[in-house]
Design a protein. Structure first.
Length: 107
């Protein structure tokens, strides 16, 4: 985080940018989510997924990717939001010098 002011603004903005599923509706069960996901795969992509376990070579590949996957998304030469953080599709938190602003984009 660029500064203490940015962190404080982030703490104030997160409740506006995020919500808990249970605040919107009763969360579905794991079985219901799995069934909906499998149905969507069939209906949209024509895939027929079945449960399976990773082979040893696949487990090894996952272990090799773990370091890369654990890197912060914003790592690298150009962050996705210059000098800031995208909180959701409509909210960006940016810092320019000492000024921190919450930018609301039209949906």
């Amino acid at each position: 985080m660029p500064s203490d002011a940015f962190r404080a603004s982030l703490r104030r903005a997160l409740p506006r940018a995020m919500t808990d599923w249970s605040e919107q509706a009763t969360p579905p069960t794991e079985a219901a989510l799995k069934a909906a996901f499998l149905a969507a795969l069939r209906e949209t992509l024509g895939w027929h997924a079945t449960p399976s376990r990773l082979r040893a070579s696949e487990r090894d590949a996952c272990a090799a990717w773990q370091g890369e996957l654990s890197e912060p998304i914003e790592a690298g030469p150009a962050p996705r939001v210059p000098d800031g953080l995208k909180l959701n599709a409509a909210l960006l938190l940016r810092q320019a010098g000492a000024a921190v602003e919450l930018v609301e984009r039209a949906a």
